[in-house]
Design a protein around this ligand. Structure first.
Ligand code: NAI
Length: 402
């Protein structure tokens, strides 16, 4: 029976899905350090982790039988992706299982900031009745400027419009404008038109310091600002200055350049204590619904990969989309050099087999070729394929695989 090891308290739906696919699943609450992880992976085919377990080159080297790693989260920095590809280990994550959760939090914060509810709440808890409409606004009819119109930005666009906001966006790429949203040609144009500006860019290195004093200066007076993307894209000193000067009326920040590692650790930031500023500990995507969907999504990807060879949304292998096969199938992950496919097909032909279907995709140094053949795969053909000098890993699927 194939085995799966799930660490870091992954949602039970993952155990259900892997169990239904025939895996014996061991689920542990905590993370494991390198030595313990290597020991625990003895005889394990699939590993599931979240952000705390480091899957190093040493772990991958020590456990050559490991087939795939599921990162039951968004980020994959904790996995040595290059070493994983070199070892023929597919890595999957859940890029959009918590998109909706982030969007709902952004919507909530836009309303809370526009109504100055944080300050009203603080006053009343402190015993002061401060009933006033001054500085309180509806969001209906106001212009929301979304920077980064990817999964989160575009979903936010739809919900914000449903609440009556006008939506404009700026993205480096030419994105489809949803609903009535309007694309801006430049970040400057967006900053000059929007009354609420929200950052949803990705974490590419070039985005470091994307938003600072110059950008705040371009924003309309008394605008609202949100960052739920990455801490390092924002100059926090510049935001503090803009809040204290009154140029920015309120802000919500969920991500920080240096986030405490452990629960209960002290949080230091120049943004602490500012009026009409919401600070949250990187919880934009943290809901039970998101955790459940991450469990379902990543477990599904692991099952699809090991059952059919499909690598859809793998973060480190070439993408090949496949369905179940009625014939025998093999997948060869190989070094991406000329002539491999010809050698594969020649070997198949030499064994008197016909290729029913074949798909090849490449990604950087690796190629991934999946081949369906008309008859059971003889052991000496499989041995010949595995012995090709370019082969990284050979896998066999199909009705006769065992
Ligand atoms: P995505 O990759 O789908 O979208 C990012 C978009 O930003 C892309 O369309 C890209 O072209 C655009 N972009 C990148 N740099 C840009 C720039 N300098 N100017 C304009 N556009 C730029 O990513 P997704 O899933 O929408 O996530 C967005 C951000 O939210 C990421 O940084 C992600 O790490 C973060 N995130 C935060 C969470 C939280 O808990 N606060 C949870 C989930 C994601």
């Amino acid at each position: 029976m194939p085995r799966a090891l799930l660490l870091e308290n992954i949602d039970p739906v993952a155990t259900e899905i892997l169990g239904a696919a025939g895996y014996e699943v061991q689920s542990l609450r905590g993370a494991l350090d390198e030595a313990d992880l290597v020991a625990a992976l003895d005889g394990v085919d699939l590993l599931g982790i979240r952000s705390k377990t480091q899957v190093t080159a040493e772990v991958l080297r020590s456990r050559p039988d490991l087939q795939a790693v599921g990162a039951f989260c968004i980020g994959t920095n904790q996995i040595d992706l290059t070493a994983a590809a070199a070892a023929g280990v597919a890595v999957f994550n859940a890029p959009f299982s918590n998109t909706r959760s982030v969007v709902e939090m952004a919507i909530a914060e836009i309303i809370i900031l526009a109504r100055r509810l944080v300050d009203r709440d603080r006053s009343l808890h402190a015993g002061t009745w401060d009933k006033s409409a001054a500085g309180s606004h509806e969001i209906r009819g106001r212009t929301l400027g979304i920077i980064g119109y990817g999964n989160i930005g575009s979903q936010l666009s739809v919900l914000a419009e449903a609440l009556g906001m006008r939506v404009i966006f700026y993205d480096l790429e030419d994105k489809l404008a949803l609903g009535n949203a309007q694309r801006c040609d430049s970040l400057e144009e967006l900053l000059e038109r929007a009354e609420t500006v929200t950052l949803h860019v990705d974490g590419r290195a070039g985005n470091a310091g994307l938003f600072g004093a110059e950008q705040f200066a371009r924003m309309r007076p008394r605008s609202i600002f949100l960052n739920l993307s990455r801490g390092f894209v924002l100059d926090h000193e510049a935001l503090r200055d803009s809040i204290l000067s009154g140029h920015i009326a309120g802000a919500a920040v969920d991500v920080f350049p240096h986030e405490p590692r452990e629960q209960g650790d002290e949080f230091t930031s120049v943004l602490r204590g500012l009026p009409n500023v919401i600070l949250t500990p990187h919880i934009g995507g943290s809901t039970q619904e998101a955790q459940h969907d991450i469990g379902r999504f990543v477990a599904g990807k692991l099952v699809d990969y090991t059952a059919t060879g499909t690598t859809t949304l793998s973060v480190n292998l070439p993408t090949v989309v496949l369905h179940g096969s009625s014939t025998d199938r093999f997948a060869l992950l190989h070094r991406n050099v000329p002539g491999v496919l010809a050698r594969v097909d020649a070997l198949v032909g030499e064994h008197g087999l016909n290729v029913d279907a074949q798909v090849l995709a490449t990604r950087g140094e690796y190629g991934y070729a999946v081949t369906d053949v008309s008859a059971p795969l003889p052991a000496h053909l499989l041995a010949g394929l595995a012995a090709l000098p370019e082969a990284v890993r050979l896998m066999r699927f199909g009705p006769r695989a065992g």
